[in-house]
Design a protein around this ligand. Structure first.
Ligand code: PMP
Ligand code: GLN
Length: 388
């Protein structure tokens, strides 16, 4: 293993899902739904396969039907207009979009400012690109993990190449407010920075921190359209994490750069699934409302159960994760806690420390996923209440 990757080892999600499989514990670790997405979308994939749409290499940027559907979705939901031919690129999940963006834009030695805790692939992709990550830590304050805008400002140096933002935020569940996003935008414009924004949980906003009416895309703020790359994924929005259909949108010059990297990573991603996701993107608002309502109820169930079991609970405004504080249980080491949890309670969770450079800062936090069937969450809660 080369020096760039040596520090990363095996991703925590693989490790913890393997632990769940080995012990038979309930897996609230890796974030994937235990119920597949809409039947009609699965049927659309079958139809594409059967009709021979996408069984051979699709076009590099993605099939036109999907690129048009992505542009139409951004226009309908957010009033953002995109040229499907030059401003939309389909990727193998959001993971490839992140990697391709960083590989395309970062020079060795460039600094990438990212919110900490960060989704684990950010650190690895920054390292692969030869960049240096500069974390800005979200800290619990007033009931949410909060971004300190002065710290963000101070993290930007002449070597900063780009800001890597994530809202709704994995693992904390923070949804950045419109005011916070406006500050980020102001900073980006002032320092002439590119912003890569991971918005894979765009449809999973339960609380609108400042009455903003749902998810606020950073690309829609003043001065941002021409400097922002926005990433999303069908895995999260339509509950098909195994299909690995994601996308990245932005101004032509930036999207072209990302495409240059993407063509040598995967060249293209799975053709038939692209046609199916094009249909998914045209689902009516009632689909998204239903998904959100269902997950909000699950969030409340698990948050209540975890609190009853003695955890400190940070109720998330978005995503399908709850970050807990294990100190009220008399515990301080999330790693040790998560490794022992299958035998102590028959449940698997993720230690947030893996998402921190400052492992000490992350040590007392543990993440539970609630994108699971109600009866599974209820059983998990029953078990966690008997934690020994
Ligand atoms: N970004 C974030 C914040 C995520 O949580 C995830 C998946 N859990 C991804 C990116 C990766 O998405 P995909 O599965 O589409 O590659
Ligand atoms: N993004 C998912 C999570 O945060 C997992 C994705 C993965 O396993 N790479 O749990």
């Amino acid at each position: 293993l080369n020096r760039r990757l040596a520090e990363f080892g095996t991703t925590i999600f693989a490790e913890m899902s393997a632990l769940a499989a080995r012990t038979g514990a309930i897996n609230l670790g890796q974030g994937f739904p235990d119920t597949d997405g809409p039947e009609e979308i699965r049927e659309a994939a079958v139809r594409a396969l059967r009709d021979g749409r996408g069984n051979q290499y699709p076009p590099g940027p993605g099939v036109p039907e999907l690129r048009e559907a992505i542009a139409a979705h951004q226009a309908r939901r957010y009033g953002l207009t995109l040229d499907p031919d030059t401003e939309v690129l389909v990727t193998a999940g959001a993971t490839e979009a992140i990697a391709a963006a960083l590989l395309a834009l970062v020079e060795p030695g460039d600094e990438v400012v990212a919110l900490e805790p960060y989704y684990d692939s950010y650190a690895a992709s920054i390292a692969l690109a030869g960049g240096t990550r500069v974390p800005v830590t979200l800290r619990p304050s007033g009931g949410r993990f909060r971004l300190d805008l002065d710290e963000l400002r101070a993290a930007v140096t002449p070597r900063t190449r780009l800001l890597l933002i994530n809202t709704p935020h994995n693992p904390t569940g923070t949804v950045l407010t419109r005011a916070e996003l406006a500050e980020i935008a102001r900073l980006a414009v002032e320092r002439d920075l590119i912003v890569v924004t991971d918005e894979v949980y765009e449809h999973l906003v339960f609380e609108e921190p400042d009455g903003s009416g749902g998810h606020v895309p950073l690309a829609g703020l003043p001065g941002m359209r021409d400097r922002t790359l926005t990433i999303s994924s069908a895995g999260k929005t339509y509950s098909f994490t195994g299909w690995k259909v994601g996308w990245i949108t932005g101004p032509p010059a930036l999207v072209t750069a990302v495409r240059s990297a993407k063509q040598f990573l995967t060249y293209v991603s799975a053709g038939p699934f692209q046609y199916a996701i094009a249909e998914a993107l045209a689902l009516p608002d009632s689909y998204y409302d239903g998904l959100r309502a269902e997950l909000r109820a699950k969030r409340d169930l698990l948050a209540g159960g975890l609190a009853d079991a003695g955890f400190g609970v940070h109720v998330p405004a978005g995503t399908y994760f709850i970050t807990t504080d294990i100190r009220p249980l008399g515990e301080t080491d999330g790693f040790a806690f998560c490794r022992a949890l299958p035998s102590r309670a028959g449940v698997v969770a993720i230690p947030n420390a893996v998402f921190y450079d400052d492992r000490e800062a992350g040590a007392p936090f543990v993440r539970f996923a609630f994108c699971k069937r109600t009866e599974v969450l209820e059983e998990a809660v029953t078990r966690l209440k008997q934690l020994t």
